[in-house]
Design a protein around this ligand. Sequence first.
Ligand code: SAH
Length: 231
Amino acid sequence: MTFNVLTLFPRMFEGFLGETMMKRGIEGVIVRVNLVDTRDYATDKHKTTDDTPYGGGPGMVMKVEPIHRALQALKGSGNREQGTGAGRTVLLSPRGQQFDQKKASEYATLETLTLICGRYEGVDQRVADHLCDEELSIGPYVLSGGEVAATVVMEAVARLVPGFLGNPDSLKEESFTPTSYKLKTKNSVEYSQYTKPEDFQGWKVPKVLLSGNHAEIEKWRRRHIKSIGTR
Ligand code: SAH
């Protein structure tokens, strides 16, 4: 799967892409991440990517032309090495539909997902209206830019791409996944997990988990699935 990320700050992704799971996923060509510096597609000699809002008001708004040009360049780049053009095109925005596990599974089936990161006061509305398939929010709060949101989306989606996780069984019992065999609804979260030592400062692991009795362990786990919202 290919992620294209349009951003004014591609270096923000270096740490995330250079370590652990994403690093291995990229090396194993399970996922590709194509960072596109929106500034490279600015049309004037000063490489302007933002301007003052029509109607007045504080701050700056990201311009439509550089984003349009960057997307056009991606669309013209549809080949195996670079992914398949822009694919599903998503503007990260607090106004968008809220990201959840279901959305992550939907994206994980795509060949290409393009994430557009806004900055400043946001992005000219014509990007959402004419250049994107949807707007996506990672939650009801305001970030300073879409980069962290894009990271959240890539992290949640990549682990659902076949071959990304070392042990695909990890996906069988996942929080927020109603198809997981123990979880009933999309609001269910996995049971509590423990590892050694059995006793740390008097904080003990529930006895049943040490019993080796699989039926009892299963019962305990089913009882300890929680529903978010009721915690
Ligand atoms: N003035 C806007 C906030 C702009 S924040 C408002 O009040 O709604 C700047 C950029 O950060 C946005 O364009 C978007 O790309 C990103 N961003 C901020 N919060 C976000 C969220 N909750 N989810 C996804 N992206 C977000």
